[in-house]
Design a protein around this ligand. Sequence first.
Ligand SMILES: Nc1nc(=O)c2c([nH]1)NC[C@@H]1CN(c3ccc(C(=O)N[C@@H](CCC(=O)O)C(=O)O)cc3)CN21
Ligand SMILES: CC(C)C(=O)C(=O)O
Ligand SMILES: [Mg+2]
Length: 275
Amino acid sequence: MSKASNTKRISLTDLVARKGAEPIVCLTAYTTSISRLIDDHVDLILVGDSLGMVLYGMDSTLGVTVDMMIAHGKGVMRGSDKACVIVDMPFGSYEESPEMAFRNCSRVMAETRCSGVKLEGGVEMAETINFLVKRGIPVVAHVGLTPQSVHAFGGFKSQGRTEDAAERIVEDAKAVAEAGASAVVVEGVVEPLGVRITKEIDVPTIGIGASPQCDGQILVTEDLIGLFAEFKPKFVKRYAQMDEMITTAVEGYKEEVRARTFPAPEHCFGYKGDK
Ligand SMILES: Nc1nc(=O)c2c([nH]1)NC[C@@H]1CN(c3ccc(C(=O)N[C@@H](CCC(=O)O)C(=O)O)cc3)CN21
Ligand SMILES: CC(C)C(=O)C(=O)O
Ligand SMILES: [Mg+2]
C-alpha cells in the first residue's frame, strides 16, 4: 500500500529552523522499497542523481535525465509520508537559463509532488535559484565537490585545498544562501571549510565529506549499507554489510534448488510428494 497523506510531511521550511539545533538526518533513496524503510528515521530523503552510478552502472552522473529523476522521484514519494523529499536536477536540465530551470523544475515538482529540488552550483547559479524561489520552488543548493563537474575537476577530488579555492567555495555558499536556497549541501571539502561555511551562512549546511559541525549530514544509502562497492570515498562509513547478506541468501537458495529441498511442501499447491 502506498503512503498517501501529505499532511504531516516535514517541509524545507521546518528544516531551515533547525539551523544550529539538532542535526538534520538525510539519506538518499531511489526506490519505493528503500523509501519505506528509511522514511520514519530520517528528516530528509534525497532522490540523488547518484542513482545513475548506483542503480544504472554509469561512470558519472552526467547521463541522468529529467525523466529518470521523475520516475524514481514518484517511487520515493509513494514509499514515504513523513520525510521531506528533495529531487536532484540532473546535468543539463537547469544551467542554461532561469527559464529553462523553471520549466524542468516545475515539471519535477508537478509530476513527483516532491517538496523541493536540488541543483549544483554557487555564484553562477544564484540568479537561477532566486528566479525559482520567487516562483514557488524551494531549492537546496550543492557546493564544493559538485559531481556534475567531474570533468572540470579532473576526477572526484576533494575541493577547497588552496586558500583561493576555499574562498571561492565560501563565496558560492553565501551567494546561493542569499539567493534564497533553503539549505546548502557541502560536499568533499577540507573540514575547517565545512565549519566556516556553517558559521557564515544563515541556512542549514548538509555535509557529505565536510564536517561534523554542519547542520546536517547526508550519505548515499547504498554506501551506508554496503550495497555499492565500485568506489568508497573517504567520507563513507559502512553501517551494515548487505552485500554479504545477499550473497549468503543467494547461496542458500542455490543449494536448496540443487538438493530439491526448495520448494518445500509448504511452498507448493496441493503437494503430493514424489511421483
Ligand atoms: N555511491 C555513490 N556515493 C557517492 O557519494 C556519490 C556517488 N555514488 N555518485 C555521485 C557522487 C560521486 N562522489 C564521489 C565519488 C568518488 C569519490 C572518491 O573516491 N574520492 C576519493 C579521492 C579524494 C581526493 O582525491 O581528494 C576519496 O578518497 O574520497 C568521492 C565522491 C560522491 N557521489
Ligand atoms: C550525495 C548527494 C548529496 C547527491 O547529490 C546525490 O546522491 O546525487
Ligand atoms: Mg547529486
